[in-house]
Design a protein around this ligand. Structure first.
Ligand code: G3P
Ligand code: MG
Length: 230
């Protein structure tokens, strides 16, 4: 069974620092997280970077699409995946790497992400967990680098969740904690999958989810959730 920490910092510690930046990873570590979750996509020139949205508008105030930009033209606050990994090595952070492709680049993004992990992921850190909402990305990741554990990402648990997990050889299910029911949590755990939920920033809610059998809480506020669970 996949070993995950009880708490993973979402996009670093997005409640306290600009999401998916090195500052956010440092803040997550400072607030007690041992792992962070990040979103990885490709620039136009195929460089894997850490960014959630397809556009730079919300986080950087620049009304341009990542898929249309060269790495060299991105603000330097946007880390490359390699820079993020170097930061994790320095801080001793594990990582849930969410493959978040720009439209039409599902396979390519997964291949580049796992190639980067093979080349750069330090042996001193726990092995990363890959996740994606895109089955094509997870299938491509499995084909290129089966050694990296995979989790399906589901906005809600549908009846066919197990078939979707099996289709990509997942060992984990990552889902929206606000929509997860107790019977669903029991089913997923009984079937032997690691169960993670996002994005839970309320300590009492996190405790209730752990009580339902959830393994891991993905949160913008790791200090709040760690304090509630300890
Ligand atoms: O990986 C958990 C969560 O980050 C998935 O949704 O949209 O925040 O990337 P999103
Ligand atoms: Mg994400």
């Amino acid at each position: 069974m996949l070993q995950l920490p009880k708490v993973i910092g979402h996009r670093g510690a997005a409640a306290y620092a600009p999401e998916n930046t090195l500052a956010s990873f440092r803040e997550a570590r400072r607030r007690g997280a041992t792992w962070v979750e990040i979103d990885v996509k490709l620039t136009r020139d195929g460089i894997p970077i850490v960014m959630h949205d397809p556009s730079l508008k919300r986080t950087m105030g620049i009304d341009r699409l990542v898929a249309e930009m060269l790495r060299v033209d991105l603000p330097k606050d946007v880390p490359t995946f390699e820079e993020a990994i170097a930061c994790f090595a320095e801080l001793g952070l594990g990582c849930n790497v969410e493959i978040k492709p720009c439209e039409g680049r599902e396979v390519e993004t997964a291949r580049v992400a796992v190639e980067t992990l093979r080349r750069c992921w330090p042996a001193s850190l726990p092995p990363p967990l890959l996740s994606s909402f895109k089955a094509a990305s997870l299938v491509a990741a499995r084909e290129a680098a089966p050694e990296f554990a995979r989790a399906i990402l589901l906005g809600r648990i549908e009846k066919n969740w197990r078939a979707r997990a099996e289709e990509v050889g997942a060992v984990g299910v990552n889902t929206n904690g606000a929509k997860l029911t107790a019977p669903q949590a029991v089913d997923i755990r009984k079937a032997g999958y690691a169960l993670s939920v996002y994005t839970i920033d309320d300590g009492a809610v996190a405790k209730a989810l752990i009580g339902m059998g959830v393994d891991c809480i993905i949160t913008d506020a790791p200090d709040v959730i760690l304090a509630a669970l300890n």
